[in-house]
Structure formats: structure tokens, C-alpha cells
Design a protein around this ligand. Structure first.
Ligand SMILES: C[S@@+](CC[C@H](N)C(=O)[O-])C[C@H]1O[C@@H](n2cnc3c(N)ncnc32)[C@H](O)[C@@H]1O
Length: 212
């Protein structure tokens, strides 16, 4: 692989606050993402000046919502949020589920390079592994609208488990549009939460829902 001329956003101070003693791993991952991301079609060049803020910090804001157990991340792509969360939460086990071979190769290479022992990479679509995994919590970012995510993710989560989806401004509208699926798949306590509101970074939003 050829080196990419890196014009990376300077690491924001909040990164060290959020990653604590895992910051060196987060730096190594971010550096690799900047180096290979465009070449491997993982992130576009326009994202480089906001790689930390918009992608790495945005993902790690979810870390406090996770409980020790098994977490599935659907459509991990470049590793967002799954690999970032696995860096931040070594006490949680993760399965990154991603159908594209080039992306799973990238994810596995990073898992190996960072010597992460709490991550499994599975090349598949979510709906192909319903009989293979039962997660305590399931995360996703930028995969599809809530109404489409519900049927492919709920069968992967244990009763009492939780969906945690990073969403933008559309969160409430997506909940509204997914009302039929929410009823059909027995989701309760469906709500939008703001993350990072009092921190020195862009706030973000998640949809959280409990699986009956
Ligand atoms: C727009 S990318 C987002 C990647 C990453 N989550 C992020 O936030 O940058 C959507 C990803 O979801 C994956 N994907 C699409 N449909 C999927 C499915 N049914 N199950 C699992 N992954 C899926 C795609 O291959 C792609 O990597």
C-alpha cells in the first residue's frame, strides 16, 4: 500500500478524556484510518479534517452506555462505532458484523495490529446470522433507517437486551416512521438521548430501545 499524505485533524483534547488509558490504541487506529481509509474506500478525503471529531469521538461517546457482556455492531464498515468502542471498553466483548470483504479484512487487520482480544470479526449480513449470536446490546451507525434496522437486528438480541443506534437529527422522525415495526418486534422504552452535551465536542444522538 502507498502512504496517503495525511492532513489529519489535530487530536481534540476531549479524546484523551474519553479514551483514558486506551488513548494510544485510539491514536494508532485513527492514524491507520487516515493512512489507508481513502485507498480502501472506508472514509472519503473530505472526512480527514474531521476524522477525530466526527467519527472517532462521535463513536466513543457511546462507550458509557455499554454494559459488560456481548455487543454486536452491525455494518461496522471502517470500525465505527464497533472497533472504537472495543478499544475504549476492553471489559466488553464485541462482534463486528460486516458483509463487505475488503472491510472485514481491514477490521481484522486492525484487530490484529492493535492486539485487541475482545473483538471477533464476522463477514455477513445481519440477517444471515440470526441463529448464530445472541447479544446483550447491539449498536449500529449509518446503516439504514430504524424501520429497516429493527427486523434485521431484534432477532440478534436477547430478551431484556438493548438496541443502541447512533442517529442524527432524524431520530424522532425515524421512531415515528418505525411505529409499526416497534410494536411488531416488541420494543419498549424507545427513546432518543443526547450524548456529549456537556463535553467540549459536537453533541450526538442515539436511539435506545429495550427488546422484550
Ligand atoms: C454507510 S456504511 C457505515 C459504516 C460505519 N458504521 C460508519 O458509521 O462509518 C454502512 C455499512 O453497513 C453495511 N451493511 C449494509 N447492510 C448490512 C446488513 N444487512 N448487515 C450488516 N451490515 C450491513 C455496509 O456494508 C456498510 O459497510
Amino acid at each position: 500500500m502507498t502512504d496517503h499524505p495525511i492532513e489529519l485533524e489535530v487530536e481534540p483534547a476531549i479524546a484523551k478524556v474519553l479514551f483514558e488509558d486506551r488513548i494510544e490504541l485510539a491514536r494508532a487506529f485513527t492514524f491507520d484510518l487516515a493512512k489507508y481509509g481513502e485507498q480502501l474506500g472506508l472514509v472519503g478525503p473530505l472526512e480527514y479534517p474531521r476524522l477525530w471529531t466526527r467519527h472517532i469521538v462521535n463513536s466513543v461517546l457511546m462507550a458509557p452506555l455499554l454494559r459488560p457482556g456481548l455487543v454486536g455492531d452491525i455494518g461496522s464498515g471502517a470500525g465505527l462505532p464497533g472497533l472504537v468502542l472495543a478499544i475504549a471498553r476492553p471489559d466488553v466483548n464485541f462482534v463486528l458484523i460486516e458483509p463487505m470483504e475488503r472491510r472485514t479484512e481491514w477490521l481484522q487487520r486492525e484487530v490484529d495490529a492493535l492486539a485487541l482480544t475482545n473483538v471477533q470479526v464476522r463477514r455477513a449480513r445481519a440477517e444471515e446470522v440470526h441463529d448464530e449470536f445472541t447479544f446483550d446490546q447491539l449498536t449500529a451507525r449509518a446503516v439504514s433507517a430504524l424501520s429497516k434496522l429493527i427486523p434485521i437486528t431484534v432477532p440478534l438480541v436477547r430478551s431484556g437486551g438493548e438496541l443502541v443506534f447512533l442517529k442524527g437529527r432524524s431520530a424522532e422522525a425515524e421512531i415515528e416512521k418505525a411505529s409499526k415495526a416497534i410494536r411488531k418486534f416488541g420494543l419498549t422504552d424507545v427513546r432518543v438521548e443526547e450524548l456529549g452535551e456537556n463535553l467540549d465536542t459536537e453533541a450526538t444522538r442515539v436511539i435506545r430501545a429495550t427488546v422484550d
